[in-house]
Design a protein around this ligand. Sequence first.
Ligand code: SAM
Ligand code: SF4
Length: 336
Amino acid sequence: MTKTAPLIDPFARAISYLRVSVTDRCDFRCVYCMSENMTFLPKADLLTLEELDRMCSTFIRMGVEKLRITGGEPLVRKGIMTFFRGMSRHLESGALKELTLTTNGSQLAKYAAELVDCGVRRINVSLDTLDDKKFADITRWGRLPQVLNGIAAAKAAGLRVKINAVALKGFNEDEQFSLTDWCAREGHDLTWIEVMPMGDLGNEDRLDQYWSLKDLRARYADRFSVTDLSERSGGPARYVRLEETGQKIGFITPLTHNFCESCNRVRLTCTGELYMCLGQEDMADLRAPLRASTEDGALETAIRAAISHKPKGHDFDYTRTGATGQMTRHMSHTGG
Ligand code: SAM
Ligand code: SF4
């Protein structure tokens, strides 16, 4: 593959990280992510597996080195292993440095070994609680044992697992340390995510569930010696080390602006819309140029034009009276 000039946005940030949502569907209905009755996109609107391959391969040619596959639930997309298999050729050629996945874990028992075979080394698994009933409540359709089995299968297959837990006031506040201990025992990293004002607030007012990560950090500091780590991933995560256990704990606070200046990522939806910023509505349709020609020239031009519009930062803001800069998209659309 001949590489093109790298993708540089107007603020001199090189775009090297693409997150791809391969489906809007999911076998769970997490309350902060989806409503119970979702209307999903018609199949014809979705990029086919071949189109996803072409799209990602084009981005890789243009300098993307890290690909994270997400959704919806990526592992419920029919034939998705064909796509992973396809991407593994870019790992083998060295053009792609990392192929990763964010999953709810429900299908891992089935796919963990094959993912490893395709070159996946690390995965993120979303898990907010270790309590059966609470798990069923928060995911509505999910069942904890299935996910724990999946995580065990991933570990057995040699995948490094990072647990992502959404911090929810009055829901998993009491599990901060039990979840941390469990991760330490199992050898998983742990990252807490601040709940974001995505989608329609509906009956569950997410402002009521807002649990500041500053508070979580302070609670860790009461119990452990906490060292801030300078390590950054170009995204909104900050890390600390708990000296007593050696554990690395991450905090993702998407509501703060302090990571935007180092933002290296863009997001592709399953219909081929490219979002330049998680917190902005601005997007570019890449499906039309992709479908217009079997050559990739028009697609490359459209990608470059989109990147030239990547905004400086986002507008999320929580105030005491309400959430402003709120997005009407669901996380399952852009894949978080
Ligand atoms: N289904 C996969 C999963 O759950 O990991 C991948 C897609 S999911 C949209 C990606 C991440 O977004 C998950 O870790 C989930 O917890 C998080 N998420 C969903 N809605 C959120 C919200 N309103 N605020 C913060 N995180 C959210
Ligand atoms: Fe599905 Fe993930 Fe959204 Fe939960 S957070 S409903 S598992 S896409």
